[in-house]
Design a protein around this ligand. Structure first.
Ligand SMILES: Nc1ncnc2c1ncn2[C@@H]1O[C@H](COP(=O)(O)OP(=O)(O)OP(=O)(O)O)[C@@H](O)[C@H]1O
Length: 676
């Protein structure tokens, strides 16, 4: 790191072309004693063209630049055709496997050589095992970091152009070489005059222009492919490319990245162990981003993390919890969470970097995703097929009959598989086959979600080979089902808890147990939700079940109370028959120790609630009192009372009026039900 507090005087100013080559040399620093005022520059022509992704505007710009387009087209197709030809030749000679690594390296080098747009495409492909295999995935994963840097002078010039003053005036220190050179920019370590250590990200020169031209050419190709092979290509490749390009353009605007970081921090920065660097807006503009420096180890080096004694499993769990909230709660998600963008901090926190590529999914899509998880866990594949319709993968007219068994095969295999086999990667691989075989149209956002999930799983498995993302996700889903009052999730909760008219206590127990340890699980919200749900129109079905259960339970308790009372004060009354025995048709010989399965569940649920952080008996009592005052409860009470009365009368009638097969015996003995 060099100190720039007293820089030497300027000499000549270098000139640059769009490729970042330096013409002329010399030091252009001025000797200013004071902190300069930061004056962002007026946007250039390139800036205005590239304010946001607009395919029509780009087409208009490049339509008349035929020579430029043809030359670039030639540059792109030549190495790619050479690559395809090489692969075809390998296949013909049966050397496909033998040369796989060589071709993969060739692909990586070709994409690197073709520039940022292709590097980004390669990065996206590196998380698509449904498109590429083995060696290719490994090689493309190397694209995620470390590209050749561009000269310091160019970077310093950019800083000056963007921030209105040379770096030596803006910063107290700046590293004399970039500490990382990524696809879109390179990063310097620096220090503000106020003392904070910062990361200064400077964009590659000529980047926007180059990317716009490449996207123009690739989109033309995608439109042609889609129109020509419409029947065999069911994926909306133009849509995917537009989505990708839109995000790439956003990524090139570093002020957008700064805003993303702040929004990310606002939504997820409060989660346990999650850290988001602060943005220094006075030192940030379209092509220069200054943020808090994070000291940490990339998750791409799990071994080094373990060596530092950081609790890696906890770190990964925090990452998974954060990802779940991104995808299923707020819908604003980091679409590029590769291990190079995540740092394990020495204090055990997980820092997110690079907020250039963010994506959003709608509320409806989020609910459908949660429902899909519930249906997978429940093995309800007909409902899962419907989820695909809701998520836009299938049109409503598609016949789901053959798709349901295909889905059931994938997930039954997956859920029945051993821990090592149960990974999202293999599930997605099999789903890709189904999506290819049946008329699925993969929406553009799906690729990003898959990428995000696969990346999450890849990172988790790197640290803990037994990690199961689905299992880690379920507690969060349980929490959402128990606390979210949206009609969609209530519907899912109802489906989960009621089957063929009976209430599945074990599932409720399971949900409560799963949600118990989730950090922001709010037991009070669960109770409120339960009450609201119970007394809503749609809760009527459950109210009926509860009335029945209560009648059963109270009848048993009442029987026991009377029975115990009579044991203390023997009276010449006929024997009371156990309601359980009555219910089951088998009189029990031990009424005092009787239990029902439901009672067991209720007891366990009560225990679970007591053990849940935030349990407060007084709050529960309050809720209970409120419940008691509701007209529905009073109606419920009337039903229970009348149900109990009916049962009691029926029993009395049976006991007293029905002929007794056993002769009168001493009262104390007759308190026991007749032996069978
Ligand atoms: N705040 C920071 N603190 C420490 N190091 C940082 C910080 N920001 C970036 N870096 C380093 O710079 C590298 C590149 O940063 P970043 O990923 O933001 O750049 P990029 O051009 O968007 O890269 P990518 O090709 O991943 O999109 C990171 O992998 C990290 O090593």
């Amino acid at each position: 790191m060099k100190s720039l507090v007293k820089p030497p005087p300027p000499t000549t100013v270098p000139e640059f072309d769009v490729h970042g080559d330096v013409h002329g040399s010399g030091d252009h620093r001025e000797d200013l004693q004071e902190m300069p005022r930061v004056l962002p520059q007026k946007p250039s022509e390139e800036d205005t063209l590239l304010e946001r992704y607009d395919p029509d505007k780009i087409r208009e710009t490049y339509r008349d630049q035929r020579r430029k387009s043809v030359r670039r087209w030639y540059d792109i197709t030549r190495p790619l055709l050479a690559l395809f030809w090489g692969r075809w030749w390998d296949k013909k000679r049966g050397k496909e496997k033998e040369n796989e690594h060589l071709r993969a390296v060739q692909l990586r080098e070709t994409l690197t050589h073709l520039g940022p747009a292709f590097i980004k495409i390669g990065q996206a492909l590196s998380t698509r095992p449904d498109i590429l295999q083995g060696a290719y995935l490994d090689e493309l994963a190397k694209l995620q970091d470390q590209l050749p840097p561009f000269p310091n002078e160019v970077a310093y010039r950019f800083i000056e152009e963007e921030l209105g003053a040379p770096p030596e005036h803006l910063f107290a220190e700046i590293s004399d070489h970039p500490i990382a050179a990524a696809s879109l920019g390179q990063v310097y370590r620096g220090k503000l005059h106020s003392g904070e250590t910062v990361a200064i990200k400077v964009q590659r020169p000529g980047l926007a222009e180059q990317i716009a031209l490449d996207i123009f050419l690739l989109r033309g190709l995608a439109v042609w492919i889609q129109n020509t092979f419409y029947d065999s290509i069911r994926t909306d490749i133009v849509g995917i490319l537009d989505e990708f390009a839109g995000r790439l353009f956003e990524e090139m605007d570093y002020t957008q990245e700064g805003r993303n970081a702040e929004r990310f921090n606002q939504l997820y920065g409060q989660l346990r162990n999650i850290y988001v660097p602060r943005i220094y807006w006075d030192y940030t503009h379209t092509r220069v981003l200054t943020m808090e420096w994070i000291t940490g180890t990339k998750l791409s080096s799990p071994q080094r993390i373990l060596e530092q004694g950081i609790n890696a499993s906890e770190l990964i769990d925090s990452g998974i919890q954060c990802s779940l909230r991104q995808l299923l709660e707020h819908g604003f998600f980091h679409a590029d969470p590769h291990p190079g963008n995540l740092l394990a901090m020495p204090n055990g926190k997980l820092a997110y970097l690079d907020f250039g590529m963010m994506s959003e999914i709608s509320v409806q899509q989020r609910y459908s995703l949660i429902n899909a998880i519930v249906h997978i866990v429940n093995r309800e594949f007909d409902a899962l097929a419907q989820d695909y319709v809701k998520l836009g993968f299938l049109t409503p007219e598609v016949d789901l009959t053959p798709i349901i068994p295909a889905l059931s095969q994938v997930f039954n295999n997956a859920l029945g598989a051993s821990v090592a086999e149960l990974n999202i990667n293999s599930i997605f691989e099999q789903l890709s086959d189904i999506m290819y075989e049946y008329p699925f149209r993969v929406p553009a956002y799906y690729a990003l979600i898959v990428r995000s999930l696969l990346s999450m799983e890849g990172i988790a498995i790197g640290v803990d080979p037994d990690f199961k993302v689905l299992s880690a996700a379920y507690p969060y889903v349980a929490k959402r089902l128990l606390t979210d009052s949206s009609p969609e999730l209530r519907e899912s909760l109802r489906d989960l808890l009621l089957k063929d008219g009976s209430f599945r206590w074990n599932r409720l127990e399971n949900l409560l147990r799963n949600a118990q340890n989730i950090q922001d699980y709010d037991l009070g919200a669960t109770l409120n939700q339960a009450m609201d749900f119970l007394f809503s129109e749609r809760g009527e079905f459950i109210r009926d079940r509860i009335a029945e259960e209560l009648i059963k339970v109270l009848d048993q308790v009442g029987y026991r109370a009377v029975s115990n009372f009579l044991e203390q004060f023997p009276l010449p009354l006929p024997a009371l028959q156990s309601p359980i025995a009555e219910h089951s048709g088998h009189p029990s010989s031990q009424p005092a120790g009787m239990k029902t399965q439901d009672m067991d569940h209720l007891k366990r649920i009560w225990k679970l609630l007591q053990d849940t952080p935030g349990f407060d008996a007084m709050k529960l009592l309050n809720a209970f009192m409120q419940v008691m005052n509701r007209p529905e409860t009073q109606r419920l009470g009337q039903r229970v009372a009348s149900g109990l009365a009916q049962k009691a009368i029926a029993r009395l009638v049976r006991e007293w009026l029905a002929p007794d097969p056993v002769e009168s015996t001493p009262t104390a003995h007759r308190l026991l039900p007749p032996a069978t």
